[in-house]
Design a protein around this ligand. Sequence first.
Ligand SMILES: Cc1ncc(COP(=O)(O)O)c(C=O)c1O
Length: 397
Amino acid sequence: MKIDELKTPVYVIDEVILRENCKILKEVQDKSGAKILLAQKAFSAYSTYTLIAEYLSGTTSSGLFEAKLAFEEFYPDGPRNMFPEIHVFEPAFGAEEMKEICDIADHLVFNSLNQLEFHRSVWEKAISEKGTNNNPEIRNGLSVGLRINPEFSTQDGHEIYDPCAPGSRLGIRKCDLPEELPKGVEGLHFHTLCEQGFEPLKNTFTAFEKSFGKYLSEIKWLNLGGGHHITKPDYNRDGLIDLIKYIKEKYCIEVYLEPGEAIALDAGYLVTTVMDIVKTDKYPVLILDTSAACHMPDVLEMPYRPPLKDSGEAEEMQYTYRLSSRTCLAGDVIGDYSFDHEIKIGERLTFQDMAIYSMVKNNTFNGMPLPDIAILHEDENADVLKQFGYEDFKMRL
Ligand SMILES: Cc1ncc(COP(=O)(O)O)c(C=O)c1O
């Protein structure tokens, strides 16, 4: 099937771009010695996991369900000790979840000393049964770490995505850590960036090293989190590689990166159809069969204006429209875009960079149908991976 023949609305994952991103990340891994993990919170279209597993070292999960998904889907057939890694971090784990998480995970990161101690008996038992990860031959051991807060903010005005913003609950501050790390802690983790280049990471690491450097001789691994826009053409990859080599050589520890966006950046589209055109006192409004609120919530939450194929900024080209949806929410507006021709009802439009934080965040508000999920292969043929209908709406209520 060709992309034009797919029923809309549909998310289309672009296999070529996904593979290109993975190749870039593999090169960074190979040159730096870091291990790069897929942050599933950004992209969990698991039909592509075997492709990603060709290049990356494993996954990171936001809790039990993502960890189970990784366990079931990320691993190519083979003996368990050859499998890529499963890391899990969540601000608070439920008591009833911990045993299963410890069975699945090989790296477990706690957000507080309370959580570390609350679950201690379970993770210590798992370590005594599975072993730790200190032996590179043992891949499904368990190693426990703590998320710290470097208290070094590099984002302007984006508190919603800034774990170092004042009052943040994410990570332990220096003043709350004891002189020596608690017994059993083998790693540290920080995640502070969002869609950022290398400089903010370098500055964050410098601040981290100053505040937390004394712990680096006590740990076996350091996770630098996500938010690194490594697959953007202008990202300073040489700088990143040098920093990782510096950390590994100076402190003799394993270094992890867990980007989400960078893995599926620009590797997906959301194809939609114009259902109606409504005249207003400003731009005419295109009513689409997709919705910002339901199918691309980050457009409203971040907020941001998604790129749209063959379009310009408002009034850049001859015909300007406001792109909106058929939900009841007045503010369910994707943005104002211009075109070189008059748009007709029934025309298809293609939003770009729609693989990340879209499928994982969508919802059925107003009973809106969920977009299908398709994959565009290297030979330009597309396959539908998932179709959704009324039952998917009903079963959640
Ligand atoms: C702990 C953690 N790791 C990794 C990521 C992935 O970040 P990104 O998709 O921006 O690379 C996030 C995103 O919120 C996160 O909270």
